[in-house]
Design a protein around this ligand. Sequence first.
Ligand code: C5P
Length: 226
Amino acid sequence: HRTLALLVAAGTGSRAGGNIPKQFRTVGGKAVIAHAVDALAAHEGIDAIHLVIGAGQEAQVRALLGDRAIAGVTLGADSRRGSVRAGLEAIAAAGGADRVLIHDAARPFLPGAVVDRLLGALDGAQGAIPVLPVADTLVRGEGDVMGEGVARDGLFRVQTPQAFRFDTILAAHRGWDEGREATDDAQILKGWGHDVILVAGDEGLEKLTYPQDFARAEARLASART
Ligand code: C5P
């Protein structure tokens, strides 16, 4: 199996506040994107890492990643879906792969055990994703008034990396209606008619999205060091 990681980092990360996209900010003395690259590179099942970045981010990314091995760099698009599509097309043009792990650069902490579970599930499926159960009570909001409650049984939070057979996710992306958005690639595979297997995710794998996520990540790293 040739297994590649596709790390998408072309977002502007406006919800995290500040001028620097969230994936380029520092936690524990290291850029978020560098944490993500190191975690992928550390897994022996992953052969190479492809990166998708935004226009004008080349120098910044090179400075943050130093001499880390990156097999290819592609320019992203206005949406995450478009950025992933661009990366998949670049990998295809460079010879393709058997399997691809599509991962958000804004998720710095990736346990190897999650990758093990994903690749294991892929032996019998076209796609697999890491998920966590929902612990909180869920309700709809009607303005600032509580609406209907939503049963949380059977609901999950979806993380990345998401693992796919390469040719299948490429075909699914090519077949997707460009006018419709998708916040992840599993929706696109499912829309193409394939089952997506759920495996256990990890609390530490959370995406850093809001300012408080960075503070929480710093605190977790500090307590892990003592
Ligand atoms: O914005 P969101 O949190 O969904 O972004 C998830 C990941 O997708 C981030 O790593 C971000 O850099 C990437 N992304 C991208 N191109 C976009 C939007 C987001 O590569 N246009």
